[in-house]
Design a protein around this ligand. Structure first.
Ligand code: ARG
Length: 578
């Protein structure tokens, strides 16, 4: 509908000058109406009452009268309670819909040509992937798809935690288990347990601790047998993560892995560059940078530690090295990090340090894309049935099992193969949608019943709307007019509502890309599905009358196409039958 904003703003320019509001930028006051009954656009005049010394209702009435002739044939103009309301005419809606009939991406324009790195998923080697990593994976994957649809060149990076001091104890633990005859795959079959056992041994056994420390040195100096063991830890863990990625059907592949170890060689370079800029200070034996106004608990300036007293480097150093690599080797312009909200300060300080030291400049943008927690039904942290941490693989398999039960209920005659495919699409789609549908910065409650319901704001509800449209199109025995419709009459109120929700789709994608917020698309697809349900109830599609049938079929085709396109941007399957 934003196409309506331009002519309205243009018309408004002259009217505002007439009124004596020369310095008001018309675009700044034109916005979408929040209530459907107020038309498509609402322009408030309350804040000008003071300067003009006139009641808002009177100003709005005058503006409406003067604006109306400008928008002849495009929109109706009225005023109420100090607002000017603009409502598109069926003729205008029709001409826009005609464009949508043949547009392969339903008005979504690939007009943003940036080079973007999206850092997402990023679990830690030899540790269980947790629900925070699930959120990062699902949100990050959707952002990659959205940014690509907008025309950007997107590079996916899975910044796994595969380097640092814990690897000393992990390697020693694996070494011990292997020499007592336990196969490494077996030893690491439960990553959470493996990590906890290694930690316990490290805390309780002095001899083990000494070996672990020596191992860190061997790792850092490139000792071959140590590197081999380390490689084993990485490979076995990655195969666990890969199982989750395959079930989730995300774009991430092994080629996208860029773990912390890959930046190890750049760490001395980070120190050198900061030093050259005169930004490195010594603090209690450590080398630090003060990137800005951050304070510690005592109110003293908070530094970012670049090199520890013992000569080791930090998570932050690795992230600065990572920025050098992304900007200089990959030539990235926008750096996006999909990581939990608890790392907010880390990223703020890293970004500020990178700017201060000139690693990035005005050509680059940095975005930390934080997200909230996943809560259990009682509102506390999500836990497994036995009270421990939730294993992602178990969680996803449960989603599929639950979906399978409901698919079988609905289609008793379904083949085993189709059942498998559909349960997966629906179960995984439900988990993803429930994660994506709200503002990502909010916590959300993981609720099986709700997310798998075919009613309400759920994945299955959208998938079902799409499948129903596919079924109508399959049952069109006339099979005509794939496109070529030159106008829509939109005679019924429900057709008009559906048309409006169709036309709002591309701006929801633009908003999602701009705010890095997939829920904008979720909301629009949900409104579209609701409008479709009302249309389907009130407007029979496969009727005898050619004109009516063709027009309604075309509306179905566009609505179904948008659901397919939008679900794909969310990383959710859109099956043709359900
Ligand atoms: N491995 C980290 C964790 O699990 C996330 C890494 C995020 N990416 C980054 N460039 N720091 O918390």
């Amino acid at each position: 509908m934003r196409e309506l904003f331009d002519p309205v703003a243009k018309g408004l320019a002259g009217v505002l000058i007439d009124l004596g509001l020369d310095d008001v930028e018309p675009k700044s006051i034109v916005g979408g109406a929040t209530d459907r009954s107020h038309g498509d656009i609402a322009i408030p005049f309350h804040k000008f009452a003071g300067v003009l010394r006139r009641p808002p209702a009177e100003i709005a009435e005058e503006v409406a009268g003067k604006l109306s002739p400008y928008l002849d044939k495009i929109a109706y103009v009225s005023s109420k309670s100090g607002f000017v309301n603009v409502t598109a005419t069926p003729k205008w809606l029709s001409s826009r819909l005609v464009e949508f009939c043949d547009h392969p991406s339903f008005g979504v324009k690939a007009d943003s040509l940036r080079k973007v790195v999206v850092d997402y998923s990023s679990p830690n080697i030899a540790k269980e992937m947790h629900v925070g990593h699930l959120r990062s994976t699902v949100i990050g994957d959707s952002l990659v798809r959205i940014l690509e649809a907008k025309g950007n060149k997107v590079i996916r990076e899975n910044h796994i935690g595969d380097w640092g001091t814990p690897f000393g104890m992990l390697i020693e633990r694996l070494e011990d288990l292997d020499s007592s005859g336990i196969d490494p795959d077996e030893a690491m079959s439960d990553l959470g347990q493996f990590y906890r056992d290694a930690r316990a041994q490290f805390d309780g056994d002095e001899n083990f601790r000494a070996r672990a420390r020596a191992r860190v040195v061997s790792l850092q100096t490139g000792d071959e047998p140590t590197l081999r063991r380390w490689g084993q830890l990485v490979d076995i863990s990655m195969s666990h993560f890969q199982e989750v990625y395959v079930l989730l059907n995300v774009l991430l592949t092994e080629d996208d892995v860029m773990g912390e170890s890959k930046y190890d060689h750049l760490l001395p370079d980070v120190v050198e560059r900061l030093q050259k800029k005169g930004l490195l200070e010594s603090n209690d034996g450590a080398s630090v940078i003060y990137p800005g106004d951050w304070l510690n608990r005592d109110g003293d300036p908070l530094p970012l530690i670049i090199k520890k007293r013992d000569g080791g480097y930090n998570y932050a150093t690795s992230d600065l090295a990572c920025i050098i690599d992304r900007v200089e080797r990959l030539q990235a312009e926008d750096l996006v990090y999909v990581v939990g909200a608890e790392q907010k300060q880390h990223f703020e300080m890293v970004f500020a340090s990178a700017r201060k030291s000139g690693l990035i400049d005005s050509r680059h943008t940095t975005s930390h894309v934080p997200f909230g927690l996943v809560l259990g039904p009682g509102g506390g942290k999500l836990k497994s049935r036995s009270g421990g941490v939730v294993k992602l693989l178990d969680l996803l398999n449960e989603a599929i099992d639950r979906a399978s039960a409901s698919v079988k209920d609905r289609n008793p005659d379904i083949t085993q193969e189709e059942l498998g495919r559909l349960s997966r699409s629906i179960g995984i789609g439900a988990v993803k949608y429930s994660d994506l549908k709200s503002d990502r910065t909010k916590d959300y409650v993981f609720d099986w019943e709700k997310m798998l319901s075919f009613e309400g704001e759920t994945g299955p509800y959208l998938q079902y709307a799409h499948a129903r449209i596919s079924s109508i199109l399959r049952n069109d025995k006339f099979q005509q007019s794939k496109s070529g419709l030159t106008s829509f009459s939109l005679a019924h109120e429900s057709e008009m509502r559906l048309a409006r929700e169709i036309l709002k789709y591309p701006e929801s994608v633009d908003q999602a890309a701009e705010d890095l917020a997939p829920h904008r698309i979720c909301k629009q697809l949900h409104r579209l599905s609701q409008a479709f349900a009302a249309f389907y109830e009130n407007c029979p599609v496969l009727v005898e009358d050619d004109n009516t049938r063709n027009e309604r079929l075309a509306l179905c085709r566009i609505a179904g196409g948008i659901l397919n396109h939008g679900l794909n941007l969310l990383g959710i399957d859109a099956p043709d039958r359900m």
